[in-house]
Design a protein around this ligand. Structure first.
Ligand SMILES: [Zn+2]
Ligand SMILES: [Zn+2]
Length: 627
């Protein structure tokens, strides 16, 4: 909007243009007033008087300036919230929206799926109240039950349309004996918060329960809190977990430099429900939910992996961000080309930081990357969808609800693993081509300085401004002294296989491709849990030729019942063999044969080159240790 005004200001005025400009400015200022003149105050009150009902009770107290007391005010639930880009329509859980002024009801009208209009009818103090259902423990939704309240603001707080930039106050009325904690808590027993705007309020997930624990550590004058709420046995592992989290924080701070905050809170749930699992980044906290108990095998290590990823977001995504990532328009899905940087690079560094923190050894990291290469290179979507297109498809692929069948398993790739591999290959190319003088670490720091620390604020929401993918191309090219235009064209905007060999050679490593366990291609994946069901049929595959489709229930495969051993059953066969399969689809029983094709899946291994030079080994050590 202000760009148009600048253009008008820059025009050489002719009489008619002056009139047009004056008219435009007049219209603009009226519109701008409605959009931008702040309300006198906005206070959110959150109660939870009946946890068993899963209903959060929200009241929004709005003080209106005199000019607005006769105008309808619109309030909206976001269609999605930052960090997860599927469209969830939080309004579907809202009920009993009411408005009152001075104890008298005011008219409330639902305008569309996400918007309510409230008429103050001359009152300057208006209270809008509603209930919102929440029974999902996650980084996006909210849960209220007899054990706790754990909320993510985007799923429970409406915003006043046109007033997201206004300061807001929050008051929480917790059940007796329940303690409140979030990433902006200054003292124990705190029940009120002041936020500069609605966006920062919903960036502050909050846990309220009688029995969470808190462990703290300090690094260079910054305070870190590890808040844990366990719904299963911890196996005495919590103290060690906190120590290892500290190692991760130290490794990441060593790369980026001092973080901007004074305090940071890890909010960790061990849900022990075998289904909830999530991690979500915020400016001064993260919300991590693990499906098991801390004492369960593998859960400890899993948690550290999530911690390394989420804490890296303190810089990459929360502060250094694609232009479209804040402030947001919650009336439509997000469209950004940059999630392969925001999420993919974070995946890459999350793994690399476990190595740099001393929690993984070299081989463990290399095995993980080889596994990611195997996943990406055997996915049909890798040859159909670029990293940028994957990012633009985020509203469909990021845990989105799918009401109808899709072919996304065969056509899409995730910007998480794809971006992870782009990050690793770019890092090695920059290191190699500059003989170790530069790295992706340098590039990311340079981006952080240019866009976050040193740019004037582009909005009310946050310091600095966002970047476009071309900005990374420019900064990385400058740092490496090599034009990365071709790299971006081929591997990021197009779907070519990344130059793994060139990248690994710089650090004396090589990628070895071997045949996967099954020496053939059947073209289907099977879900055993609620099945056995055919989970996916690859396009143009033997399973597709046999007329099979996703959702078919398998009665027998090669004359046997399908169990966890089904791949072993098939391993007796070879390319060209005919394997009988019987499936049930709706009320029909279908007998058919899969004629096994040439293998399409491969395993990958990253190993040392026999002729690796001392220089290459040094470069590798510097990459892996961050020295
Ligand atoms: Zn909790
Ligand atoms: Zn992430």
């Amino acid at each position: 909007m202000h760009i148009d005004l600048c253009k008008i200001a820059g025009m050489r005025p002719t009489p008619s243009r002056i009139i047009a400009a004056v008219a435009f400015v007049a219209v603009f200022s009226i519109a701008a007033f409605a959009q931008e003149a702040p309300l006198k105050s906005i206070t959110y009150r959150l109660s939870m008087s009946r946890p068993v009902s899963h209903l959060f009770e929200v009241s929004i107290l709005i003080e209106l300036p005199d000019q607005l007391k006769d105008k309808p005010l619109e309030l909206q639930m976001g269609r999605w919230s930052p960090g997860r880009y599927g469209v969830f329509d939080f309004a579907k859980n809202v009920q009993e929206v009411r408005a009152t002024a001075g104890g008298t009801a005011r008219p409330v009208r639902r305008v569309n799926d996400q918007t309510w209009s409230v008429s103050p009818l001359g009152a300057t103090k208006l209270t809008v109240s509603y209930k919102v259902f929440g029974n999902d423990l996650s980084g996006t939704f909210s849960q209220l039950d007899q054990r706790h309240a754990d909320y993510n603001g985007g799923s429970i707080f409406m915003y006043v349309v046109g007033h997201k930039p206004d300061p807001v106050k929050l008051e929480i009325n917790a059940p007796a004996g329940w303690k409140i904690v979030n990433g902006r808590t200054d003292r124990l027993g705190q029940t009120e918060w002041q936020f500069p705007n609605w966006d920062i309020m919903i960036d502050t997930p909050t846990e309220i329960a009688p029995d969470w624990t808190q462990d703290d550590f300090d690094i260079n004058g910054k305070k870190y809190h590890v808040v844990v709420h366990s719904f299963g046995p911890e196996g005495g592992k919590r103290a060690a977990l906190v120590k290892d989290i500290e190692k991760i924080v130290r490794a990441e701070v060593a790369m980026w430099g001092a973080p901007e905050f004074h305090e940071y809170t890890f909010l960790i749930h061990f849900a022990a429900d075998d289904h909830s699992g999530d991690g979500m980044e915020h400016l001064t906290s993260t919300q991590i939910i693990q499906p098991g108990a801390l004492g369960d095998p593998g859960m400890y290590e899993n948690t550290l992996g999530t911690v390394a990823h989420e804490f890296f977001h303190v810089w990459n995504v929360k502060r250094l961000r694609p232009e479209e990532l804040g402030p947001w328009d919650f009336t439509r899905p997000l469209a950004t080309r940059g999630l392969w940087i925001a999420e993919g690079f974070t995946n890459y560094y999350g793994h690399l930081m476990l190595r740099r923190a001393g929690l993984w050894d070299d081989q463990k990291l290399l095995n993980r990357e080889a596994e990611t290469i195997g996943g990406i290179e055997s996915a049909q979507g890798s040859r159909l969808m670029s990293a940028e297109e994957s990012s633009l498809s985020a509203p469909f692929i990021d845990g989105s609800p799918q009401a109808q069948a899709t072919n996304l398993q065969n056509t899409a790739i995730s910007y998480y693993p794809k971006g992870e591999l782009i990050g690793m290959v770019m890092d090695l190319l920059v290191r190699g081509r500059t003989a170790g003088k530069s790295s992706l670490d340098d590039v990311m720091r340079a981006m952080y300085e240019e866009f976050y620390l040193n740019s004037p604020n582009s909005s009310y929401y946050l310091r600095g401004r966002g970047y476009q993918t071309e900005d990374l191309e420019r900064v990385a090219s400058r740092r490496s002294g090599v034009d990365l235009g071709e790299f971006f064209k081929r591997y990021i905007r197009d779907v070519e296989v990344l130059p793994y060999d060139e990248a690994f050679a710089f650090v004396g490593l090589r990628l070895v491709k071997t045949q996967a366990k099954e020496p053939f291609n059947a073209g289907l994946s099977i879900q055993l849990g609620s099945g056995p069901l055919i989970e996916n049929v690859r396009n143009n595959s033997p399973a597709e030729d046999a007329g099979l489709q996703a959702g078919d229930r398998i009665l027998s495969l090669a004359g046997k019942e399908v169990t966890t051993d089904w791949l072993k059953t098939l391993a007796r066969f070879n390319t060209g063999d005919s394997v009988p399969i019987t499936v049930k689809r709706d009320r029909q029983t279908i007998k058919t044969n899969i004629i096994l094709g040439q293998p399409e899946r491969f395993d990958y291994r990253i190993e040392e080159k026999p002729d690796a030079t001392p220089e290459q080994k040094t470069l590798r050590a510097r990459w892996l240790t961050g020295s």
